[in-house]
Design a protein around this ligand. Structure first.
Ligand code: NAP
Ligand code: ZN
Length: 348
């Protein structure tokens, strides 16, 4: 199937229109017309080579919603016209213990990311959601409830699941005191989800500039990490902190904020961090952890959770030809929402 998208041709992170082919449907494949595609900071990290050399041309995008155009002959769950979504993975071995326990993101044989990796069968490089169509095996397609506004659902597929999964893993519930570091795409979803779970949520931001946005989505307010007195006053006042900062930073600043046995979970920076200081860990039995996206079942769970609680990401809808400006804004880190591309603006 002929399609069009936006691709990076090299590590300059400049996106340009790109015509390419999607594979002919295998018996278990679903062909999807992409309606909206979210812009994640991981897309920017990947195309500009922060995570190593990439197979260019590369079409990023792993926050994908759309409708089914065609199904392979053995597809059971979906039919033409269904509202569906695809997140950060498009395949895994399906047989290892992690896959069998709905943890495909930790597949022992390596999951296949939505873009930039060889397909398990054809070895063709996967291409992501900054495009008009995608073809994905049925097991990696999830359903989008009619209760969700499809124009705002895409960021649930990465920003949503990446924050929902650790909030669930660490048992966030009514009354849990949660801190969210960084009010961007992931951070603002973490706030909405944790608030819906009954938690008491504070945003830990570089300044108070985004306080209105934080309160509007249910946070108590902002603790400015640059305000030393406020940081000292907040010592031992969080049970769980989710760190979404996208660059190398000093998490030692945040560790004293945790209560005894509290956990700081990293989901942002992938790569080196400033040297850890053991003092706040040892003297408060505090923990540092990490978490990667979520499994397919959990991705369906977060979509259903958002439908049930009427949670929609805050989206700024743009047309695909504005992607380079959106990347510039992401780089600056001064947005408290998600850019989402309206893919109907792309003609094949
Ligand atoms: P984003 O929208 O750019 O938000 C990141 C936020 O971090 C910014 O809004 C900003 O918040 C804060 N920040 C930015 N630069 C900073 C700096 N130099 N120092 C301290 N804080 C800074 O990015 P995103 O899409 O939410 O993604 C966040 C990170 O998560 C990225 O690194 C992405 O690759 C990663 N990610 C990981 C997974 C996973 O599975 N673990 C999945 C998806 C994304 P304030 O202005 O409030 O400080
Ligand atoms: Zn992402």
């Amino acid at each position: 199937m002929k399609t069009i998208g936006y691709a990076a041709q090299d590590s300059s992170a400049k996106m340009t229109p790109y015509h390419f082919e999607r594979r002919t449907l295998r018996s278990n494949d679903v062909a999807i017309e992409i309606l909206y595609s979210g812009v994640c900071h991981s897309d920017l990290h990947t195309v500009n080579g922060d995570w190593g050399p990439q197979p260019y041309p590369l079409v990023p995008g792993h926050e994908i919603v759309g409708q089914v155009l065609e199904v392979g002959k053995d597809v059971q769950k979906y039919k033409v016209g269904d509202r569906v979504a695809v997140g950060c993975m498009v395949d895994s071995c399906q047989t290892c213990d992690h896959c069998e326990h709905d943890l495909e993101q930790y597949c022992r044989n390596g999951m296949t990311p939505t873009y930039g990796a060889p397909d398990r069968i054809s070895k063709e490089i996967t291409q992501g959601g900054y495009s008009k169509h995608i073809v994905v095996r049925e097991e990696f397609v999830v359903s989008v409830s009619d209760k969700l506004d499809i124009s705002k659902a895409a960021p649930i597929l990465c920003a949503g699941i990446t924050t929902y999964s650790p909030l669930r893993t660490w048992g966030v519930t009514k009354g849990t005191r949660v801190g969210v570091i960084g009010l961007g795409g992931l951070g603002h979803m973490a706030v909405k989800l944790a608030v819906a779970m009954g938690a008491e949520v504070t945003v830990i931001s570089r300044s108070k500039t985004k306080e209105k946005e934080a309160q509007a989505i249910g946070a108590k307010g902002i603790l400015a990490s640059t305000d030393e007195a406020a940081m000292q006053a907040a010592a031992s006042s969080f049970d769980f902190i989710l760190d979404t900062v996208p660059v190398k930073h000093d998490f030692n600043t945040y560790m004293p904020l945790l209560e005894l046995d509290g956990t700081l979970c990293l989901v942002g920076q992938i790569g080196p961090m400033e040297e850890p200081m053991t003092m706040p860990l040892v003297f408060g039995r505090r923990r540092i952890a990490g978490s990667l996206i979520g499994g397919i079942k959990e991705t369906q769970d977060v979509l259903d959770f958002c439908a049930e609680h009427n949670i929609h990401p805050d989206c700024k809808i743009i047309s695909p030809d504005q992607i380079n400006d959106a990347f510039k804004d992401l780089e600056k880190g001064d947005i408290a929402y998600r850019y989402v591309m309206d893919m109907s603006k792309l003609a094949v």
